[in-house]
Design a protein around this ligand. Structure first.
Ligand code: MN
Length: 735
């Protein structure tokens, strides 16, 4: 039997125009003068050249390019050139129209992009097992214009959305390519919404049973979940608005694919996946209030629901490599269930969903400079001959928006580091051992301290010494995650060794005092010395900070402690920051309204020393940081996070030393360096950490890192250095 296809051509024409107008509406925000005409011209050309073609579903072919253009405009945020190219993306391949025709009508740029799009479709047609390799080559030749890749993603997304009419074997092939190549690519480009949809659609074809199973399960509890979300969100919504924030608070289901991943990874049934949805708080904030508003919202949420301290993710302060900015926390919901809450502003949300293109929209300048740089970086990455094609996708770390610098090794190899990275970061990047034993570096053949901030294009040679070991303050010197974690683990190891030693000493001491060595007594001792753990107790014993007489003191007060009951040291008013009273020799800083002695670290940005005007700032993960009030970051911190600022004041009478820098200029003279170091080391008995000297045509220019007690000490030293013959200026600088 023959089935006849009856098509109402007039109705179809109306439908095509309707879809075209929807496209225009979607692109409205980016349209400039004359753009509408260009889009119309492209639409007419596509309509005419595809006029006799139909898709597998029987629909007119033109629906497809219109849909691809709409995705490009609406879901990726691309502009007119891309819309024109999307409309024409299949004409050269499938119709009589040539590239020359396109170039004549729309110009060189458009022709080049369409050429790229045409070439891509050929890549997968060969039945090659080397798809990843092909994909890499394709990106390499086509990264000329990143829009080729973005439009290709839009094309792929629409094909995936409309794959029902394809034969099964084609569905499988296309879905595999998508999950293997296109979804990771979308992820790297920061196109989260498209990435999730591509993954879900792939799963729908590759693993239909599981897909349907999870979809059904999700659907069953939909009403119950909606009610839960409503109850959870209501109080947040109320207080957020009370506090004058403009926000949209809602629940958002997780994708089927991500739920399945979790089930597989944790080996749990559907019922045990707790985060089937996340709560989103999308703030409407003025640019200057973004960060403060996010933290305000965070504070509201965690006042209502108890947060899991291990699950705070602050991508607002340091965005992900692909530009993602958001504050994530996981809190305990009213029914004892963990709920993830994502807090961000509308701008951050748009970048989270649309990625790359949205980011440029918010950039101040509209020139294509940043875009060019990005493309250049993609090329460099793709060109790396060492990357094999499969690793390539994993290494596809396009730190799109974070600023990076390129540093040369002495042999000319290129190392990529984040802006602000120091010589020490570089050392750790080369090798853990190089980092751990680093004492300095030669940058462009000039000696610099480990804290030297590298500049793009520097050539760096690391100087090591086998006597060197990682130090606590190195954590303030490095910025890369790699260096930080290596230093931390080395310090931890060191501490473990010290603690072991302390444990033995303590055991002996307790024995001599006839105190039983057991957990209970160790806990009591830790509590008495206000130490957060028994490990800290061991360390303090090993370092001689807790001596026999101190333990005796504990013995005499033990009764008192016991009658006080199980009370633990209170969270201090300066909020959950662990306090510890130290020996009198280190009572150097008093913090908070009642001037308590609390643990703190000195900020690396301004290196405060006693005598400086300072304030404390409560950081999210590193306790209290002390900044100078004239620190370059001070104004911004105090303006945006007034509520996190605490008073701090130096206590006199101590002998600790602090690292600071002196910049000395003068006329080069025989013995000048000797005279300077004599004043520093012999006259003032000040320890030097490093000296960098540059003499150029008789001008002496030196930087010395020294350890001083306080500002008075420093000022005296400066006065005396100025008396050295040849020295014309001495100024303090921060590392
Ligand atoms: Mn297509």
């Amino acid at each position: 039997m023959k089935t006849e296809l009856v098509i109402d051509l007039e109705a179809e024409k109306q439908e095509i125009l309707k879809r075209y107008r929807a496209l225009l509406r979607a692109s409205k925000s980016t349209l400039q003068r004359g753009d509408k005409k260009e889009i119309r011209k492209a639409f007419d050309m596509a309509l005419e050249s595809h006029k006799d073609m139909r898709r597998k579903s029987g629909e007119p072919y033109i629906y497809h390019p219109i849909a691809v253009a709409q995705i490009a405009a609406e879901e990726i945020g691309l502009g007119t050139t891309s819309i024109v190219c999307a409309l024409l993306h299949d004409v050269v391949e499938d119709t009589d129209i040539t590239l020359e025709d396109i170039e004549r009508e729309f110009g060189k740029k458009t022709a080049k992009i369409i050429d790229g799009l045409t070439k891509i479709s050929g890549v997968f047609d060969t039945n090659s097992s080397l798809q990843a390799e092909n994909f890499r080559k394709m990106l390499l030749t086509l990264a000329d214009d990143v829009r080729v890749i973005l439009i290709k993603l839009a094309d792929r997304l629409h094909n995936m959305r409309t794959m029902d009419f394809m034969p099964r074997h084609k569905q499988l092939k296309i879905a595999s390519e998508t999950i293997y190549l296109y979804a990771p690519l979308a992820h790297r480009l920061g196109l989260y919404a498209i990435k999730s949809e591509l993954e879900d659609l792939s799963m729908k074809y590759l693993d239909p049973d599981t897909y349907k199973f999870i979809a059904k399960k999700l659907n069953e509890k939909k009403a119950e979940r909606a009610l839960f979300i409503k109850k959870f969100v209501e109080p947040i919504d109320e207080i957020v608005h009370e506090q004058g924030l403009v926000a949209d608070v809602y629940g958002r289901p997780k994708s089927i694919h991500s739920i399945w991943n979790k089930m597989k990874k944790k080996n749990i049934p559907f019922e045990e996946v707790y985060d089937l949805f996340a709560i989103r708080i999308i703030l409407d904030s003025a640019p200057e209030n973004e960060k403060a508003d996010c933290w305000k919202a965070y504070s509201i949420v965690t006042d209502l629901y108890r947060p899991n301290p291990d699950r705070l993710r602050d991508w607002v302060s340091s965005p992900k490599g692909n530009g993602y900015e958001s504050l994530h926390t996981t809190v305990m919901g009213p029914r004892g269930q963990w709920v993830e809450v994502q807090i961000r502003t509308q701008r951050m949300n748009e970048i989270a969903e649309k990625g790359f293109a949205a980011h440029w929209k918010y950039k101040e300048s509209t020139n294509d400079n940043g875009l060019d740089q990005w493309i250049q970086k993609v090329r460099e990455m793709l060109n790396n001959p060492e990357a094999n094609a499969l690793d390539f996708l994993d290494d596809f770390k396009m730190n799109l928006f974070s600023d990076e610098i390129f540093i040369f090794t002495p042999k000319g190899a290129l190392i990529q580091l984040p802006l602000g990275a120091t010589a020490l970061d570089f050392a750790f990047e080369i090798h853990t051992d190089v980092g751990a034993t680093c004492i300095g570096a030669k940058v462009n053949h000039k000696l610099v301290p480990i804290s030297y901030k590298l500049q793009n294009g520097d050539q760096v040679e690391i100087i090591t010494s086998n006597k060197q070991t990682p130090k606590e303050d190195w954590l303030n010197v490095v910025v890369t995650a790699k260096a930080k974690s290596k230093i931390k683990s080395s310090l931890k190891e060191e501490k473990r060794k010290i603690a072991e030693n302390g444990k033995e000493i303590l055991e002996r001491k307790l024995k001599s005092l006839k105190i039983t060595y057991n957990t209970d007594n160790l806990n009591k001792l830790s509590y008495f010395f206000k130490l957060p753990s028994t490990q800290e107790l061991f360390v303090n014993v090993a370092l001689g900070k807790i001596e026999l007489k101190d333990i005796k003191e504990y013995l005499s007060s033990e009764k008192e402690i016991e009658t006080r009951g199980p009370e633990r040291p209170e969270n201090l008013s300066v909020d959950g920051v662990k306090s510890k009273i130290k020996g009198s020799e280190s009572d150097i800083l008093l913090i908070g309204e009642d001037m308590q002695r609390i643990d703190y670290t000195l900020a690396a940005c301004c290196n405060p020393i006693p005598g400086d005007d300072v304030f404390g700032f409560i950081t999210v993960s590193e306790g209290i940081k002390i900044h100078r009030t004239n620190c370059p970051n001070a104004a911004q911190l105090m303006a945006n996070y007034g509520y996190r600022v605490v008073k701090a004041k130096w206590n006199k009478q101590q002998e600790l030393t602090f690292l600071t820098g002196l910049h000395i200029v003068g006329i080069d003279d025989v013995g000048l360096i000797n005279n300077i170091t004599r004043v520093i080391s012999t006259d003032f008995k000040v320890n030097m950490r490093s000296i960098t000297v540059d003499t150029n045509e008789g001008i002496f220019d030196g930087s010395i890192m020294i350890f001083v007690n306080d500002t008075e000490h420093l000022e005296n030293l400066i006065k005396n250095l100025l008396k050295v013959r040849g020295v014309t200026g001495v100024t303090r600088f921060d590392a």
